[in-house]
Design a protein around this ligand. Sequence first.
Ligand code: ZN
Length: 167
Amino acid sequence: MTTNPIKTDARHARRHRALPKDARCSCGEADARCLIPTGERVTCYACQSLQAGRSATERHHVAGRHNLDTTVPIPNNEHRILSDRQQDWPRGTFRNPDQSPLLQAAAAIRGWLDILILILERAVGWIPGFLEALDAWLCARIGPEWGHEFRVAHPLQVPPASSGGGR
Ligand SMILES: [Zn+2]
């Protein structure tokens, strides 16, 4: 999806340099694309917008304003992320200077994919890390046998363990 990972990495590194380590807004937002350094504290674009009396959503040009006039309401922080992702599209697709219908279609699909990816990241992207942390916590509290005991107690909820094992 990314056409120039070096450019993307440089953009992300620049953003992180402007923020304290482990920066997070009081609302929990931790995505650097959404955070704004404000003196010693950090706030997010959504909280800043609400404090300024602005709407909680913004109109997002799904295919980029050069391709389609179609917009959808997107929460403020997510709009920042989607607009940032559009910077990773091929320049010709994003700008479409000759108004190619093929590039319009490509932009529409790229915009839709970006929204799907964002929904996946925001809705379930946290779950693998949570499960791994919970497993480590249970192993520390109960011992590594907790999984076997759970499997015996709830045989229908857990698939059988792989015969390969990991040890
Ligand atoms: Zn916030």
